[in-house]
Design a protein around this ligand. Sequence first.
Ligand code: ATP
Ligand code: MG
Length: 442
Amino acid sequence: MKACNSESPTPKSTEISTVGPAKIANPIAFGRFVEEDDAVLVNISRRTVEGNPKSRKKPEHIYFEPAGPRDKIYYDPSKTKCAVVTCGGLCPGLNDVIRAIVMAACHEYKVPSVLGIQYGLAGFVPEQGYDVVELTPSFVSRIHEFGGTVLGSSRGPQDPEVIVDALERMNVSILFMIGGDGTMRAAATVVAEIEKRGLSISVVGLPKTIDNDINYVSPSFGFDTSVETAAMAIKGAHVEATGAPWGIGMVKVMGRDAGFIAAQSALSCQEVNFCLIPEDPFDIHGEKGFLAALDERMKRRGNAVIVVAEGAGQDLLAASGKADASGNVQLSDIAALLKKEILEHFGKQGIEATLKYIDPSYIIRSVPANANDRIYCSFLGIHAVHAGMSGRTGLVISRWNGRYVHIPMAVVTRGKKRINTCSNYWRAVLESTGQPVTMKND
Ligand code: ATP
Ligand code: MG
C-alpha cells in the first residue's frame, strides 16, 4: 500500500525548514541522538529529460530526514510553551497522540506548559469564546482509554492571521496540529504567516486520516483500529446473510476517495463477496454489471456479503450539491442506491431477498485505539516533540519503510494516496472476494 497516483518528491522537496540554528544541548537523559547524516531512503529517481525518454540522468537518491531527538535543540525548554489542536473528523488514536505530546514535552524536556486549543482552529478565534485547557500529565494520563478527542474538533475556515495573533498573545513556541489533509493545508498557511511576521514559532503536523489516504503516510494512525472495528461489522453482516433465505449483508465503511478500509477489512475477514471502492468504477446493470454478478453468487450460494466504501460508485448518483463547513463535498448515498436496486432486481424474479444494511462509520471513528495504534500514536507524539524542540517547522511526522521520518507539509498535501487497482494488493482482494475483475460493461 505504498503511495501511488502522486508526484514523486525530489531531493530538494524533502528538506525540512527550521526557525533558527539549534545551539542548546538537548537535556533528555537517555537514548541515542539522530546523526545528522542519517537518512531514510524514499526511492532512487532516474528522471529523464522531458520529451526524450532515452535521456536517463544519473540516479538521484531521495531521502526523508529521520525523526528522533537531536543533540542540539533550538528552544530553551524552561521557557517553551507548546499548544496542541485537533481538527477535522474523529479518528481512533487522537487522545493517544495528545497524551504522548504532553508526556514527552513535560517529562523528557520539562517544558512548563502545554496548552490545549478547544474545538479545532475555531479555538484560536477570540469571538468563539472557547477556553484554553492546561494539558498536564495528570490531565492526560488516562485519556487514551477513550475514543474521540478531549480537545474537541471542528471544521470551517479560520484566518491564519487570527491564528498567529492568538499564538503570539499566548506566547506559544511550538504548535502541534493533528488533522487531515485540510489541517495540513491550514498548517501551511499558518507557517507562511509566521514567516511573514519573522516569528520563531514551529508548527509540527501529525497527519490523521481514517481513510489512510495521505501521501507518504503508510499507514495512518487509527487505520488498524478502523479495520478491526469494520471487520466486526462485516462478521455481523455475514451472520445475518447466512441466517436467512436469500440473505444479503451489506456494510458501508468510510473511504471518500480511497477504499483502503473496505479492501483491508475484506482481506481480514475472507467472508466478503463484493468489495466496492472509489478507485474501481462499476456498472449496476448490464451483462457484466454488479447485479449480474450478485445474481450469479446468490443462485449458486444463497447468500452474499457486500462491503462498500462511501465514495464508491459516485458516478452512478446525482451529485449532492452540498459541502461541509470546510468545503469538502458531501457524498451521495451509494448504499441506499444499491439496497433499492438489489431488492428490485430480486423482487422482479419473485424472490424476496433479506437485505441487512449496517453502517458502522460513527462507531469506527469513535472507538479507542487498539494496541498497535496506541504504540504508533505514542511514537508519533514523542517524535513530534523532538522535531519541535529542535526548531524544525512546516513538517509532518510519518512512518516510512518502518522508520519514523520528517516530511515537509507540501509533500504530503500534494496529492492523495489511493489503491492501485493494477497492484498485487488489489488482486489479493479480488481473489478473496471472488468478484469479477471488472463489473464495467465496456
Ligand atoms: P478529515 O480527515 O476529517 O477530512 P481534515 O483536516 O481534512 O480532516 P477539514 O475539515 O477539511 O478536515 O479541515 C480542518 C481545518 O483546516 C478546518 O478548520 C478547515 O477550514 C481548515 N482547512 C482546510 N483546508 C484548508 C486550506 N486549503 N487552507 C486553509 N485552511 C484549510
Ligand atoms: Mg480531509
